[in-house]
Design a protein around this ligand. Structure first.
Ligand code: F6P
Length: 332
């Protein structure tokens, strides 16, 4: 057991994710309720290591985090910071916090950010990570903050694409984010009744995709939806090009490619992500209050749990493939 933290800082790092603001609010207000001072670090690790005169680390009051819970993105700003791989650079960040009397840090972010958190922990800083990424690929949490909102944005977009695809009797080949994890693609594909879902974890070659589209045409459908994870063997454009070149006669539908891209990161946080942000943020402060750190706060089932950062970093949570079969059975 360590001494209780008396002043803490919070930062958001890596790709922004809806719900981060609720988490910032929960961390801030839960810490204030303990009588601690709270600092917000702007622009992730880049702000942490910036020269103090740049003013990237500033005190937060309860009012500073008012009116933000319904906003997507992060009011603290975020960044990907390559320099942070260097231990001497990280030491600068720790020194910046020490100069303000800050003895603990909450890191809201995904894989790369939690690797940074673990490295800081190994250098002696009390750190608690909070599982947040739209990719939902982080070990230690069944679902990560922001994934639900991103999936909802993508589902909404695909629902709209289906309307125009039907009008023109087209196949829509839609690429969704997720880095090397197929969680978003699978979730969106199942929720939109896609004819085919192409995942990094389960390769579906152009021939099989062509077969699924052709079968939709033969069944009299007026559209076909193919969801492609950005980390799959072929991205949406490459897949469409192969379908056009090698399977045109079989496919018959006219085809259009849509890459949803960063729009998936800009949604208004869903109720699920707001609750998750609140619960994980409050739990991060509970951890520091009882001297627990070097851990990631996440959700298992409906329970907020902690996992040592050492067991989280460098891993990708495996994707359960049972839903792939269900999606295929239902897309008839
Ligand atoms: O990790 C979240 C994510 O949105 C991935 O799905 C995507 O591959 C990546 O970030 C995009 O990163 P950037 O915002 O740096 O372009």
């Amino acid at each position: 057991m360590q001494d209780q933290a008396k002043a803490i800082a919070v930062l958001t790092s890596g790709g922004d994710a809806s719900g981060m603001n609720m988490a910032i609010r929960a961390v801030t207000r839960s810490a204030l309720a303990q009588g601690w001072a709270v600092y917000g670090v702007s622009e992730g690790y880049a702000g942490l290591i910036a020269a103090p005169e740049e003013g990237k680390i500033r005190r937060l009051t309860a009012r500073d985090v008012g009116g933000i819970l319904g906003l997507g993105g992060t009011v603290l700003g975020s960044a990907r910071c390559k320099d942070f791989h260097d231990a001497s650079v990280r030491a600068r960040g720790i020194a910046n916090l020490a100069a303000l009397g800050v003895d603990a840090l909450v890191v809201i972010g995904g894989n790369g950010s939690q690797a940074g958190a673990h490295a800081l922990h190994e250098q002696g800083l009390a750190v608690v990570g909070l599982a947040s990424t739209i990719d939902n690929d982080l070990e230690g949490s069944d679902i990560t903050l922001g994934a639900d909102t991103a999936a909802n944005v993508a589902v909404d977009a695909v629902d709209k694409l289906r309307v125009t695809s039907s009008s023109h009797r087209r196949a829509s080949i839609v690429e969704v984010m997720g880095r090397s994890c197929g969680y978003l693609a699978l979730t969106v594909g199942l929720a939109t009744g896609a004819e085919a879902i192409v995942l990094p974890e389960q390769d579906l070659g152009p021939d099989e995709v062509a077969q699924r589209i052709a079968s939709a045409y033969d069944r009299g459908k007026h559209h076909a939806i193919v969801i492609v994870a950005e980390g799959a063997r072929y991205n949406a454009a490459a897949l469409a090009e192969i379908l056009e070149r090698e399977h045109r006669e079989r496919v018959r539908f006219d085809m259009r490619v849509t890459v949803l891209g960063h729009i998936q990161r800009g949604g208004t946080p869903t109720v699920f992500d707001r609750l998750l942000g609140a619960r994980l943020g409050a739990h991060a402060i509970d951890c520091l209050e009882r001297g627990e750190h070097g851990v990631l706060v996440g959700l298992r089932g409906n329970e907020v749990v902690t996992t040592p950062l050492a067991d989280v970093v460098g891993k990708q949570k495996p994707l359960g493939l049972e839903l792939v079969e269900l999606a295929q059975t239902l897309a008839q």
